[in-house]
Ligand binder design. Structure first.
Ligand SMILES: [Cu+2]
Length: 107
């Protein structure tokens, strides 16, 4: 009986040690739009924006939260998410372009 309990505890400890891997979310910029427009992610995840248009864009959060800077055609930029909350972002060249990151606590 003790051996079974010990084995079960070992399994439990092993399961807890397997930390979930961060997820990489891809946002394609095409037709002057972010796709998907809304990304649900967790702290520690990464978001990659890829510009598939023939002209530059940015992915820019409010108040300096993040800024890709100019993304040339076919360029990409990666953000590692550090804080939870809802962040609405735009392209500074085309402020009608809107995207949202909905960030939950770490996985
Ligand atoms: Cu743009």
């Amino acid at each position: 009986m003790r051996a079974i309990v010990a084995a079960a505890l070992l399994l439990l400890v092993g399961a807890c040690r397997t930390a979930p891997e961060p997820v990489v979310h891809t946002v394609t910029i095409e037709g002057s739009a972010f796709s998907p427009a809304v990304v649900t992610a967790h702290v520690g995840d990464r978001v990659v924006w890829i510009n598939k248009d023939f002209f530059p864009h940015t992915a820019t959060g409010p108040d300096g939260t993040f800024d890709s800077g100019l993304l040339s055609p076919d360029a990409s930029w990666t953000l590692t998410i550090e804080t939870r909350g809802t962040i609405d972002y735009i392209c500074t060249y085309h402020p009608t372009m809107h995207g949202t990151l909905q960030v939950e606590d770490a996985r």
